[in-house]
Design a protein around this ligand. Structure first.
Ligand code: ZN
Length: 391
């Protein structure tokens, strides 16, 4: 590890020494005095490195090797090397040293600012990083990179308004279309307002999310929740039904909610019809489980059992089996009922242990749905895993 560190530094510094004129012998009178000291300082620095005194070594290199257009690349490389290794304070010192030199051109200074901003970000100094990236975005050098890093900061701070405005600026600067991510930021704002009981604002933000991305499932889910909370169950059903057209993979997420609103309207027939048709289209286990409840209420336990068994024959699933045992238990008594209860307990443990959701980007899996993957931090990559459908 140490030798690796030293050898990388040496490989960076050797061309620097050559480029500075020490080897080639090309130097002007102005620089002559500074460079005359280079060999001894250079070896002194290496000596510190070999004695594992990296701080002293950096001190020497920064002092002797002036930052100019010939050496700035090496200084930048040295700084980013430190950051990559997690030595953020050293990276900051190297980059601040570059910026302090007046001889740099505009582009070189901007690159050093971009690097320093990333050092601050890694050190958790978000305010300082934000200021540097804002400056870069203002002067329009490396502004795409700076805006992307700003987006990262505002996401961490959960400052969704600023995150939206940065996404829009990125779009105007010719960046990739981020309308699906903007929609997620509006959904965050909608959920905040919903929790704060400001239903009007929540509604407005959820509508903005849909305007930004008409296939935003989360916006439909939130809209339905707002409507249902205000007792407008017809509108809630309309919002949740939209999920099927947006991405049917998420239909299971709204199945129970839909059933509740149909029941709040006293529309058991509508509920039965909708779920029968939806099941014919998607063969979704969550839809089947709601329909099993409906069948049980309309036609009794025996009919519900027959319905679940016919499903399990075609599509074996642990959750379906669990439902079937529940239906058997409803009719059983004494020892049989006790045995079934033990069996149901085991099956429920298996259901709990299953990965219900899976990130299609990084493979993260968990028990709850995250719109932003907690592992790779991408949006819209976590989906129901489908593992429930298999025994
Ligand atoms: Zn992920």
């Amino acid at each position: 590890m140490f030798f690796d560190h030293a050898s990388v530094l040496i490989s960076l510094l050797l061309p620097l020494a050559a480029g500075s004129g020490w080897v080639a012998g090309r130097y002007d009178h102005k620089r002559q005095r500074a460079r005359k000291d280079l060999p001894s300082a250079y070896f002194k620095g290496l000596n510190f490195l070999l004695n594992e005194q990296a701080d002293k070594a950096i001190e020497i290199f920064i002092k002797v090797l002036e930052v100019n257009s010939e050496t700035v690349e090496t200084h930048l490389a040295l700084g980013s090397l430190f950051r990559r290794r997690g030595e953020v304070e050293r990276a900051i010192r190297v980059h601040q040293n570059i910026i302090a030199r007046p001889a740099l051109d505009r582009d070189q200074r901007a690159r050093a600012l971009l690097e320093l901003g990333q050092d601050y970000l890694k050190a958790g100094l978000l305010d300082r990083a934000e200021n540097l990236f804002l400056e870069l975005a203002e002067i329009r050098i490396h502004n795409g990179e700076a805006l992307r890093l700003l987006m990262h900061i505002y996401q961490q701070e959960r400052d969704w308004e600023k995150a939206i405005s940065v996404c829009r600026r990125l779009g105007r600067a010719g960046g990739p279309g981020l309308s699906d991510i903007i929609a997620q930021y509006y959904c965050e704002l909608a959920e905040e307002a919903y929790k704060a009981n400001d239903q009007e604002l929540a509604f407005e933000q959820a509508r903005r999310a849909l305007q930004s991305d008409k296939s935003c499932v989360r916006a439909s889910i939130v809209l339905g929740q707002i409507e249902a909370k205000s007792g407008r169950h017809k509108e809630a059903i309309k919002a949740w039904r939209r999920v099927e057209g947006q991405n049917p993979v998420y239909l299971g997420e709204v199945a129970q909610l839909l059933a509740q609103s149909f029941r709040a309207l006293g529309d058991e027939d509508g509920l039965y019809r909708f779920f029968q048709e939806a099941l014919a289209r998607h063969r979704d286990i969550s839809v089947m489980l709601v329909l099993a409840d409906v069948v049980e209420r309309r036609e009794g336990v025996v009919a519900a059992e027959a319905f679940v068994v016919s499903w399990l024959r075609r599509q074996p699933s642990v959750r379906g089996l669990n439902r079937l045992i529940g239906l058997h238990m409803a009719q059983a008594t004494g020892d049989v009922r006790e045995d079934l209860a033990i069996l149901k307990g085991i099956i429920e443990k298996i259901v709990e242990g299953r990965r219900r959701y899976l990130c299609h980007h990084c493979g993260f899996s968990g028990q709850s749905l995250h719109w932003q993957c907690p592992s790779c931090h991408r949006w819209n990559t976590v989906m129901p895993s489908g593992e429930d459908d298999v025994v």
